[in-house]
Ligand binder design. Structure first.
Ligand code: PLP
Length: 415
């Protein structure tokens, strides 16, 4: 059976999926849009657009404290979304899911509310060479605040973790390991469950940056065995300004609040404040209510397609795109890990990535160029920047062909 037939049978019909994304009908420079920038931010399906629209048209009010109908409806919609997102990642309890602005805020929250009070000078925080800046800089700030040291797991020439070096870096001074599940710059899928087992053998808690894993594969926080899982709504076809932090209730109960304000308290007097239970304890202030509702719609949408179907479809498309782009003279793929998700970083000869990106935009093709907020990972390959084509559920083989032809045309301009 052909792969296409298999995916149709498995319920993945890319043309049907494309019809769910209104933006794909527009043109760019009079060419059909071929959007290969999903790793930066995914497009939104009608289900998400309509859920937020419906919320604002019919249910908009502040949540939790209101006795009036709209407030109760808004609370139900927002908290209902929490139920669905928690179950999407197989969290044991809905109370273990803290809504945040996204991955960046989730990591900063763990750095300041969990780790800061537990660190002493000379303690270590371990991350890897392929981290996004949001899993580097919060730890650097924390090291400055506490006198702890940042240690880095090296990567090899394919952009995979050096697992031997990783084992050598584990020691009793390491207070937390922060690791990306799927690299946004290289596409590498890290063996998170294995990494957690190794770290836990020394009682080292593990934070996983799941920003790029959530849209591509099913994520089960219990099966992974991690201690913190962070993600962003806009990478998974939901709204911007909303995301999540998952951690076991026991850990959340043991943590200081991140910010003070409304929502995160039970009682306040000038003498004493009693904090709310998690997740409210970490959600000070009025949250992104419509964003939460939209994120609930996004996970419903992804679940309706089936994460395994998505992973299967994207993995075939990645193989096709890798082969097709590799056939271009002078094109070098940066990041060739054995286990990869739908991200292809590349250089075309010595043409500056920004020039490539600008030229192929005229063919309707959207790729990202630059350091992808992962400067150390890109510099590891001796480069200041790359082109990056990232795949989403709506991309097709035909679009890969369009990308290929646009790159050929760009290459010709420099010869
Ligand atoms: N981690 C990874 C791997 C990412 O790709 C990104 C965004 O590109 C982030 C973290 C930060 O996500 P956000 O900007 O949504 O907080």
């Amino acid at each position: 059976m052909s792969n296409v037939a298999k995916h149709l049978e498995g319920g993945f019909d890319v043309e049907r999926v494309r019809a769910d994304f209104p933006i794909l009908q527009r043109t760019v420079h009079n060419k059909p849009l071929a959007y290969f920038d999903t790793a930066a931010s995914a497009q939104r399906p009608l289900a998400v657009i309509e859920a937020t629209d419906r919320f604002y048209r019919q249910h908009n009010a502040n949540i939790h404290r209101g006795v009036h109908t709209l407030s109760q409806e808004a609370t139900e919609a927002y908290e209902g979304a929490r139920d669905r997102v928690a179950s999407f990642i197989n969290a044991p309890s809905r109370d273990e899911l803290v809504f945040t602005r996204g991955t960046t805020e989730s990591i900063n929250l763990v750095a300041q509310a969990y780790l800061r009070p537990r660190l002493e000078p000379g303690d270590q925080i371990l991350i890897s060479h392929m981290e996004h800046h949001s899993n580097i800089v919060p730890w650097q700030i924390l090291c400055e605040q506490t006198g702890a040291e940042l240690k880095v797991i090296p990567i090899n020439e394919r952009g995979e973790l050096d697992m031997e070096a990783f084992a050598g870096l584990l020691n009793e001074r390491v207070r937390l390991l922060g690791i990306v599940h799927v690299s946004n710059a290289l596409g590498t899928i890290n063996p998170v469950a294995e990494i957690c087992r190794a770290a836990h053998a020394l009682d080292i808690p593990v934070l996983v940056d799941g920003a790029q894993a959530m849209p591509h594969q099913s994520v089960d926080v219990q099966a992974l065995g991690c201690d913190f899982y962070c993600f962003s709504g806009h990478k998974m076809y939901g709204p911007t300004g909303i995301g999540g932090l998952w951690a076991p209730l026991e850990t959340l109960n043991d943590m200081d609040p991140y910010q003070g304000g409304g929502e995160m308290i039970k009682t306040v007097t000038f003498e004493e404040t009693v904090y709310n239970d998690p997740p409210g304890k970490f959600e000070a202030g009025t949250p992104n209510i419509a964003g939460g509702v939209g994120l609930g719609a996004a996970v419903d949408y992804l679940a309706s397609l089936g994460m395994d179907n998505i992973a299967g479809y994207e993995s075939d498309l990645l193989a096709y795109a890798t082969e097709k782009l590799s056939s271009i003279d002078g094109l070098r793929i940066v990041g060739t890990a054995a286990r990869k998700a739908g991200v292809i970083s590349f250089m075309l000869g010595d043409i500056h990535p920004n020039d490539i990106g600008t030229i192929i935009d005229h063919y309707g093709v959207a790729i990202r160029t630059g350091h992808h907020c992962a400067m150390p990972a890109i510099r590891h390959f001796g480069l200041p920047a790359t082109c990056r084509a990232s795949l989403g559920i709506y991309n097709t083989r035909h679009e890969v062909d369009v990308l290929h032809d646009a790159l050929l045309a760009a290459g010709r301009m420099f010869n």
